[in-house]
Write a new protein. Structure first.
Ligand code: NAD
Length: 243
């Protein structure tokens, strides 16, 4: 099945990677939308929109897709919790796959992190470290937040337990804290490590991305998967069969 795909954020790093993957998979890129372009016109002649752009651009994408009844694949990160909750309501109107990371390896890392967080007691202190290229605009990464949720859920913790960096004299580490640390530099596509440390041992789970194709393949696969699906918000785990 060949799809007509509209890419929002077309001129960006991910926009380029998605166009290449989509064409290799036999789809047609019918919408090449970036800042200032007419999204409505481009999406009208497409079957689905794939958005990897900027957090402030997401609302217009979701509203346009919902009004045209077109499925949404969203990989954009950097939204606040409130923005996200608000956008999810709009997304319910059409089949939507929204994920902070579209790679199989990272989604498996989330699954393994959930298992570790469930099995290990709170005395195994959890810290999350991510590194990305120096052009990345948001922090922590969407993937680091997915990993944080994989720790918070099984341990009955909340977003208030996240500790974003440490400075000065923060005092002894509490058991409920989940440390979040963002490194930036060079051309790193995306590294993520979750550490569980107790007295005497430390478990580290790491994923390293070396090509954006791992995300664009997941996004194009999600676009194919939404064909014929009922409206609603789906996770990338539904698409990848990792549930
Ligand atoms: P980028 O800066 O290279 O590209 C973003 C593009 O979006 C730019 O061309 C920019 O002009 C465009 N853009 C900004 N505002 C726009 C608007 N209002 N309308 C249309 N286009 C607009 O960034 P990137 O590295 O390609 O990443 C894009 C997004 O995807 C980021 O939020 C990033 O964190 C996210 N990302 C997600 C995944 C994932 O698997 N979910 C993987 C990689 C990157």
């Amino acid at each position: 099945m060949s799809l007509k795909i509209c890419i929002n954020g077309f001129k960006g790093r991910m926009g380029n990677a998605i166009a290449e993957t989509a064409e290799q998979a036999g789809h047609e890129v019918t919408g090449q939308v970036d800042i200032g372009d007419d999204l409505n016109a481009a999406l009208s002649k497409s079957d689905v929109v794939i958005d990897f752009s900027f957090h402030a651009a997401t609302r217009a994408v979701f509203e346009t897709a919902a009004s045209l009844g077109k499925p949404i694949i969203c990989g954009t990160t950097g939204h606040t919790q409130e923005e996200r909750a608000d956008l999810l309501k709009i997304a319910e109107a059409v089949p939507t796959v929204w994920a902070g990371n579209f790679s199989i390896g990272v989604n498996l890392l989330c699954y393994l992190t959930e298992k570790a967080a469930e099995i290990l007691p709170l005395s195994y202190n959890a810290e999350i470290i991510e590194m990305h290229h120096r052009m990345k605009k948001d922090a922590p990464s969407g993937t680091a937040l997915m990993l944080a949720e994989s720790v918070l859920g099984p341990r009955n913790l909340s977003y208030d337990d996240l500790q974003h960096g440490r400075e000065g004299v923060p005092g002894e580490r509490g058991e409920r804290e989940v440390g979040m640390h963002s490194l930036r530099g060079g051309d790193v596509v995306g590294d993520h490590t979750v550490i569980f440390s107790d007295i005497g041992e430390r478990l580290e789970l790491t994923h390293k991305a070396s090509s954006r194709a791992i995300f664009s393949r997941g996004a194009v696969k999600a676009a194919e998967w939404t064909v014929g699906k009922a409206p609603g918000v789906y996770s990338i785990r539904d698409v990848l069969g990792l549930k």
